[in-house]
Design a protein around this ligand. Structure first.
Ligand SMILES: [Cu+2]
Length: 431
């Protein structure tokens, strides 16, 4: 199919079914439907709320989200709020499942800085396939202190969920080897176009692929990065290429007023076109990108350090994903952490021989990247992160403070084909 034959939709914003003094109440069905991804073709997909991609949840900082997910699938599912600082009971532990016909209420406190989060399936051994088949949606946490900055908002603040896909002749999704996933989707459509006004837009890029890194450029045009996984950066960073690995988010502001009406700007990955912006109309623009966005707090002193090595290996003669030489075991605690303490973790991608990229994601906390092989963090990763890309042989040191909630939380490679093969571990936070 020729690229740019369909428009990119913006996912609908989910409406609350009730509003309490301190909470918004939602319901979402987990259901298989047929969606039109390729023009004129019906593709069975798994959805939240009967939408591929799922509806966007817009939450407000310090106002709780209470959301009941009802599982209409034949398989167990669950929900993890990626990047969310939430109690263990609502974190979507892989053994904490919603069985077919069942429902579960998740409570998200939203006591964290405004950020582009996302929600997705995290069911044990099926997370990669479930996310691949469509269980992914944006969760935008808004924060009052962002409003006075004057960044583009409303219809000029747009989440863009990026992923890949593969289809058979009947139009069904093929969950097979990642290298066959050559169709790139933006908000669920293949290499679409998106008409824009000649003004500034805030674009929230989310990589919801289970396996693919995107290396994006806009034909040399400057993309001003304003935020990373956990919210605003201290100051904007001009970028011309962006590496975004599975699970990561990068927010950019693009000023389309620098281009005459009729201009087409191509957002492309190194493997092909992702999305074309067509500058089609004029519009007023009072928005701005200030020189200072949000200060980062000083790092507290760390009282513990840990080594975490990600790599493939054999257990008996079965190839598995391993962390520190062991595959995930839900009955084992891999890291015991005292509530409120600060730790430095050095995470190494040990797969030098096979040259496999990995990344690292922790639940519960946002961390800060201290260094990569002793060198300063990359541009754009100086803010709060929950997912970090690690090249084969590379070591990344991160620092986090494990506050507020006790219980069991996961850390894992967010190439979900790797985590479901065992590259996952759990920490227990105790008093
Ligand atoms: Cu991995």
């Amino acid at each position: 199919m020729a690229p740019f034959s369909v428009g990119m939709p913006v996912p609908p914003v989910l409406r609350p079914i009730a509003q309490l003094p301190d909470a918004d109440v939602y319901e979402l069905a987990i259901r298989q439907i047929e969606a039109e991804i390729l023009p004129g073709v019906r593709t069975p997909v798994l959805t939240y709320g009967n939408h591929f991609v799922a509806p966007t949840i817009r939450a407000k900082s310090a106002r709780r989200t209470l959301i009941t997910f009802r599982n209409h699938l034949q398989a167990a599912s669950n929900v993890h709020l990626h990047g969310g600082h939430v109690p263990a009971a609502s974190d979507g532990h892989p053994m904490d499942l919603i069985h077919p016909g069942g429902a579960r209420l998740y409570s998200y406190p939203n006591r964290q800085q405004g950020a582009t989060l996302w929600y997705h399936d995290h069911s044990h051994h099926t997370e990669a396939e479930h996310v691949f088949r469509g269980l992914h949606g944006a969760y935008l946490l808004e924060d009052d202190s962002e409003r006075h900055l004057g960044l583009p908002d409303g219809e000029y603040d747009i989440p863009i969920l990026l992923r890949d896909a593969a289809f058979d002749e009947s139009g069904a999704l093929v969950f097979a080897e990642p290298e066959y996933r050559t169709t790139l989707l933006a908000n669920g459509k293949p290499s679409p176009y998106f008409p824009v006004a000649a003004r500034k837009y805030r674009l929230r890029l989310l990589n919801v692929s289970t396996h693919r890194d995107f290396t994006l450029s806009l034909g040399g045009v400057e993309m001003t990065q304003i935020a990373t996984d956990g919210g605003l950066l201290p100051a904007p960073v001009p970028r011309t290429t962006l590496l975004i690995s599975p699970g990561e988010r990068i927010e950019i502001v693009v000023d389309f007023s620098r281009h005459p009406l009729g201009t087409q700007l191509l957002l492309a990955d190194t493997t092909g076109p992702v999305l074309r912006f067509d500058v089609v109309r004029r519009a007023r623009d009072n928005s701005r990108v200030p020189d200072r966005l949000r200060e980062l707090p000083a790092l507290p002193e760390a009282t513990a350090t840990r080594e975490v090595v990600l790599g493939f290996g054999f257990v008996g003669d079965v190839p598995m994903g391993l962390i520190n030489g062991r595959p995930f075991d839900p009955n084992r605690i891999d890291a015991k952490i005292k509530l409120g303490t600060t730790e430095i973790w050095r995470i190494t991608n040990g797969d030098v021989q096979y040259q496999v990229p990995h990344n690292f994601h922790t639940h519960l906390v946002q961390f800060r990247v201290l260094d990569r092989d002793g060198n300063p963090p990359l541009p754009g990763e100086t803010g709060r992160k929950d997912t970090v890309h690690i090249r084969p042989g590379e070591s990344v040191r991160v620092q986090a403070t494990f506050g507020d909630y006790t219980g069991r939380f996961m850390y894992h490679c967010h190439l979900l084909e790797h985590s479901q093969m065992g590259m996952m571990a759990q920490m227990e936070i105790t008093r």
